[in-house]
Structures are given as structure tokens and as C-alpha cells.
Design a protein around this ligand. Sequence first.
Ligand code: URA
Ligand code: SF4
Length: 202
Amino acid sequence: FTGAAEWVPHDGGLKKLTAALPECRGCDLYQYAERVVPGEGPARARMMLIGEQPGDVEDKEGHVFVGPAGRLLDKALAEVGIDRSDVFLTNAVKHFRFERQGKRRIHKTPGAGHIGACHPWLDRELEIVRPSIVVVLGAVAARAVFGTGFKVTEQRGLPQVLRDGTAAIATVHPSSVVRSREYRRDFDLFVHDLRAALAQLT
Ligand code: URA
Ligand code: SF4
């Protein structure tokens, strides 16, 4: 893939960025998804959360984290006392990647090529918002911001720094908690990591 760089505006704010996003042809995913899903939240947010890619519901509705993973995330944020409207929510990859099984569209993890191709959008979001803390949700987002070799299971909840020096905390993806057979434990661990992120702000 050629990557998103040539479609990403070098100036302007979130409005300009969001307006440019639907034109992106940086990888093949735009061909299959219903729509692109931009990051959302205040440009002045102090916390940015980075997910994997839009899911089935997000692809239909055009907003980040509005499906089952989003509901779990909302619940966990509420538990920590973070208002969803105060944080910037985005994804490492902006188009939904899936496989068809009959009428159903089954989530398919984006490849390294998709993560790399889409990275210029994420970089620009980071430049515009300049969050004080980044919460990295799951292995795909971790790959996008830390590169390969980062192990979420080993490093979750521990202070990290991004390449540009921004403070970060990695945790699991909320959809893994949704699917967990030890839901209570995994939900509490997820909340614990979000608390660690919040503690970096104060
Ligand atoms: N999962 C993600 O990583 N992002 C979303 O927006 C929804 C589900
Ligand atoms: Fe562009 Fe990212 Fe969509 Fe690929 S996934 S077409 S790089 S916005």
C-alpha cells in the first residue's frame, strides 16, 4: 500500500482532518467498508484513547466506539470517573476490515500493511490534540504506536512513552473484555489500567 500520507493535511485542525479522511486511498480497505470512521472528541482533550479499527456498528453509524466494545468502554470510563465527552477517541486503522460469512460481516484484524498505511492519520491526530496521556487499547494500537515486539499482556498498566515523548499506558482492547470468560476479573483489570492513565494526568 502507498499509505495515507498524501491525503493527510499538514495544517489545520480536526475539522479539516475529518473532512479530508473520506478521500483516503492509502490502502485497500476503503473499497469494502461502508464509510470511514474519524476520531472524535475535543481538540483540547488531555487524554486520547486509541483502538484498533471501527467494528460493524461503527462502520454503519460512522462514529467511533458505538458498538459493544464502546458500551464496555463507556462503562469502564464511568467507573473511573472519566467523561467520554472529555476524551479523544480514535483508531489505529480508520476503515473496518472484515470477512463475509453469509450475511454477517466478521471482524478481521488489520494487517501490518494496513496499520502502517493508516498511521499518518493517527500521527496527525496526535499532533493536533497533543494529549498529555495516550491510552493504547490492544495489540493493534500498540503495534501502531510502539512498533512490533510490544507485548500488551506484559506491559499493560505500566508507564510508557511514545516516539514523540508523550506519556502512554497500554491495556487490552475492550472487545476482549466483552468476550472474556472471566468478565468480572478482566473488567476490573481494565478499569485498573484506565485509573493508572488518569493518575498520570494529576
Ligand atoms: N473497536 C475499536 O477498536 N474501535 C471502535 O471504534 C470500535 C470497536
Ligand atoms: Fe486510508 Fe486508513 Fe482507510 Fe486505509 S484504512 S484507506 S489508510 S483511512
